[in-house]
Design a protein around this ligand. Structure first.
Ligand SMILES: [Zn+2]
Length: 329
């Protein structure tokens, strides 16, 4: 069971991968969908996504076992990146990152009014930026879960009062019904047991609580444009690629009731427009984030008139807002 940890600087050998049945319906009838590469940092290897022949879910198969995937979440991974290393652009990068936190707040606040009484759990909280924002702006009571041991980074960011749990989301971490909002920003598509995590999140919601989930959208313009270089594959970390129908089916199958669906997210749709173009040009060799920031900004300025209409363009993101089903009280 315990194979030695694979070093991602070489392609993982076939025997390292595990078979996995459809994570929605359990079927093992599948057809090839897309072969993707690790386009962000250029780590070698081909990773396969298949389409379930019974429920049409697109998921990674075979996949690296969970204990092997952690090596792919290194410091290049932007959600966990320390923010001091951007030279003269550091203030701008920080502004961008806090803008993302402000935009997440704007989405959540539409469904759950935030105050000092609000209890918020961010699943896959990374370095905790969103929670720190909620504490600073509202004095909210915040908890976070991430499988990376990021407690020092969270403290460094001013999140000392966050109730941080390192590991995966499990039923015994927090008492039932203890949160007004549970958020999953780009967590679910990384999860090895998304249905299980959704069911736990459902039990953690207070009676009027809301679960807010943002994931990349497979049936989006950027996927149509970039196909196998679509940034939403993010292989090998992403276990699943969800279109709107699959996302709604997944939350309903986990016993949640859909309150709202948005064809955009807090995460800028432009990021996938830019990254997909860069991935196509680089053909799997990875991009240097430090250098890319200049062309990223130039493109952002160039496309800013188009991005005003982001909410209607179905570029790349989607959000679903859920609650406990009314019947279960
Ligand atoms: Zn299926």
């Amino acid at each position: 069971m315990s194979a030695p940890l694979h070093d991602p600087s070489s392609a993982p050998p076939p025997e390292l991968f595990e078979e996995v049945a459809c994570i929605l319906c359990g079927s093992e009838r599948r057809a090839h969908h897309t072969t993707a590469q690790e386009d962000l940092t250029g780590k070698p290897g081909d990773f396969t996504f298949v389409e379930c022949q019974d429920c049409k879910l697109v998921y990674q198969h075979p996949r690296l076992p969970i204990e092997q995937i952690k090596a792919y979440y290194d410091d290049e991974y932007i959600a966990h990146r320390k923010q001091q290393s951007w030279g003269v652009l550091t203030p701008f990068f920080e502004w961008l990152m806090t803008k993302l936190d402000r935009d997440k707040d704007a989405v959540v606040s539409r469904y759950v009014p935030m105050s000092a009484e609000s209890r918020v759990l961010d699943v896959g909280c990374g370095a905790g930026g969103f929670l720190v924002h909620l504490i600073q702006k509202y004095g909210a009571q915040c908890a976070g879960v991430d499988f990376k041991a990021l407690a020092p980074q969270i403290r460094e960011q001013g999140g000392a009062e966050i109730d941080f749990r390192c590991g995966t989301l499990s039923a015994d971490l927090f008492p039932a019904r203890s949160f007004d909002a549970v958020t999953m920003w780009h967590f679910l598509e990384h999860d090895y047991d998304p249905l299980g995590s959704l069911a736990i999140a459902r039990e953690l919601l207070a009676d009027e609580g809301r679960l807010v989930i943002e994931v990349p959208r497979l049936d989006s313009l950027t996927h149509t444009l970039y196909r196998d270089r679509w940034p939403g594959w993010q292989a090998p970390q992403h276990t699943v690629a969800l279109d709107k129908a699959a996302l709604l089916r997944m939350v309903e199958q986990a016993g949640l009731e859909v309150v709202d669906y948005l064809p955009y997210g807090a995460y800028p749709g432009y990021f996938y427009v830019y990254a997909g173009a860069a991935f196509v040009l680089r053909k799997g060799k990875g991009i240097d984030l430090g250098k890319a920031i200049f062309s990223y900004l130039a493109g952002q300025i160039l496309l800013s008139p188009v991005m005003l209409f982001e909410r209607w363009l179905n570029l790349s993101m989607q959000v679903v807002v859920c609650k406990r089903p009314s019947a279960s009280g």
